[in-house]
Write a protein that binds this ligand. Sequence first.
Ligand SMILES: [Zn+2]
Length: 231
Amino acid sequence: MHRRMPGRTALAVLLVTTMLAGGGTAYASTAGRPRSGAAVAQARGMDSMKSDIATALYVVDRFWAGHWSQYFTGRYYRPNIFGGYSRGGRPAPFCGGRRLSYDNAYYCANGRYIAWDTDLMRRGYRSGDAWVYDVIAHEWGHAVQAHLNFTLVSRAAELQADCLAGAALYGAAADGTLRFEEGDVREIAAALRSMADETRWTRPGDHGSASQRIAAFDRGAAYGVPGCMGM
Ligand SMILES: [Zn+2]
């Protein structure tokens, strides 16, 4: 079913027909959307990262849109997608009156949007495409937190976002929209490790140590969204 690209350990995706038919969500991102099988293959050849980002946005949104009411009351709020910015290119957007930092990725609660430094994504992508899936699923986790009753949001918000990322990516795999391949799990662990703090989580805002971040992601992967509540 999926097309495995030579030399890649991809989170290969079963591009669902609604997406190919243009019935998917229109994202205001720079990434562009896959159009047809041929176009997808061509886009991957030219810029596979853009294609993976577009796919990550699609599958994570689809997971949350499809499962929100299973876990939470109220409606699902899809975050806006600002998309990529970079030092030499499109400037970082403002969030609450301040420009976002480079070399990072964000959910801006003030503007309800997700944005990332394209150079950060590109560096991570070199070590494997699972990187962009992890970053996007993590920031999406913050967007989810923003709409939860405060009693459900962990003080260890970063670790909870990692947990929600695991829940969304493995949930998407269970739904059949995403397919994990050899190397992906290792790549995600490497991504979490490289973005971890030196010390263990102690205060809100801390990301937590590498082992804490990996454990949080694994928890979401194993127990799903409910496993991330009451962390
Ligand atoms: Zn975060």
